[in-house]
Design a protein around this ligand. Structure first.
Ligand code: SF4
Length: 147
């Protein structure tokens, strides 16, 4: 549940319950790099985890209406501000779903490319699945698309 995870950020707000949030299982400091040394790599890692998070759309929708520090829904503060200012729909949930769908497409494309590279490097499908952290069936789907 996110509230426990985000307790270190100093933001006192009524956070939603987001079952399945990836950041509930990883060091929360990752989402609050605050331009410390090495922040770019830290931010990249946090965003990559957000892109795989099952509640990224809900998380981003929430973060678009609250002044929150750190990375939420795969975007940092500046990126969320820009998204909130983007002309078009005023429906924050719709914007969040759209961004989340794009993130998931990027994750899948990345996995397909990685699976293809690993296969070309001579690895078996079970090893590829292990390396990607997915089931054998998913790995086979990625490999089919990588053909
Ligand atoms: S999208 Fe990112 S910040 Fe939001 S709940 Fe998931 S991992 Fe945490």
């Amino acid at each position: 549940m996110v509230p426990d995870v985000r307790s270190g950020c100093g933001v006192n707000t009524d956070l939603p319950d987001l079952p399945g949030a990836i950041c509930a299982t990883v060091d929360p400091e990752l989402w609050f790099s605050d331009r410390q040394p090495g922040w770019a790599e830290t931010e990249r890692r946090a965003k990559a985890l957000c892109r795989s998070c099952p509640v990224v759309a809900e998380c981003l929708a929430y973060a678009l209406k609250e002044p929150l520090a750190g990375i939420w829904g795969g975007l940092n503060e500046a990126e969320r501000h820009r998204l909130a200012q983007t002309p078009g729909t005023t429906d924050r949930a719709m914007r969040a779903r759209s961004v989340a769908a794009r993130m998931k497409r990027e994750v899948r494309a990345d996995r397909v490319a990685t699976a293809g590279r690993l296969r070309d490097g001579g690895l078996e499908v079970d090893v590829i699945a292990l390396r990607l952290g997915v089931t054998r069936r998913s790995a086979l789907r990625y490999l089919a698309d990588a053909s």
